[in-house]
Design a protein around this ligand. Sequence first.
Ligand SMILES: [Mn+2]
Length: 357
Amino acid sequence: MKWGFRWYGEKGDSIPLKNVRQIPGMNGVIGTLLNKLPGDVWEVHEIQELKASIEKENLELLGIESVAIHDAIKAGSSERDQYIDHYIQTIRNLSDCGVHMICYSFKPIFGWAKTTLNYENEDGSFSLVYDQAVVDDMEPSDMYKLIHSQSKGFSLPGWEEERLKKFSGLVEMYDGVTDEDLFENLRYFLERIIPVCEETDVKMAIHPDDPPWEIFGFPRITKNLADLKKILSIVDSPYNGITFCTGSLGADPSNDLVDMVREIGHRINFVHFRNVEFLGERKFKETAHLSTEGSLDMYAIMEALIEAGFDGPIRPDHGRTVWGEVAMPGYGLYDRAMGISYMQGLHEAILKAKGQN
Ligand SMILES: [Mn+2]
């Protein structure tokens, strides 16, 4: 496995790379170009600049999170071919720069949602919480206001001001788009890009829904094992893979994560490792990474990933905010650093118990 950390770039992240580098055993970061809007081509010189800034600190650019998909592609509107061409050019440019993994999602309007970004735990740390009962009393546009009001001035991925301005137009664009339509639009996209990914050795990794159920009546097609298997069957290629996000999929107790890894582990191209605690029906809190802190068995998930032969990038997903750190909610340094050390500990112990290292 390649141990990574999500990093938003010198201008977008509160955490300097030298601090990431000081976490033991780090291989690299999963980077992004924050100035890119969905549909833009990522130019070679821009990718090179990002890559050089990371390699300067002796870290590797392990992949991109995310190259966002233009809404014309997701909604299946008439301009989609032009944006698919742009996406293909970005895949080629990333490959030319030696970047071989792209995380993306295929969700209309909301990439992820939470109802509290700064929930205070009894130990004084802060967590992200989702409560369906709160969402049931909201209009979709209220979710933007809520996230912005709690983001502490950071621009949160998927909740950019740009998209907020276009919100009513987006709602109109997806009017009448069913789950099946969204899936067919994903098929159209994957059938065109995966041959290019095979040619250029760039692995795609679709991120699941967070939370993994329908919200505000918008279609959602990445919620569970059946959904993911259906997506993997569109193009049966290792380049058409998934981001196995334990905290997203694991928020639904009916998703058996270990079973999922056994079934589709050979198609996992990227892992987000995060624990959640079930607080009630469709209500959960993001916790520290340890099994003892949440509802998921992180040991069993790590063991399943090892048994599946997973050797791609893995990173700690959202952490709590601890020790008074001022950071983007979910993306502080300290709790994610503790998280990755725990992940590495699990990994070493499991391999040694198997006599493999
Ligand atoms: Mn994730």
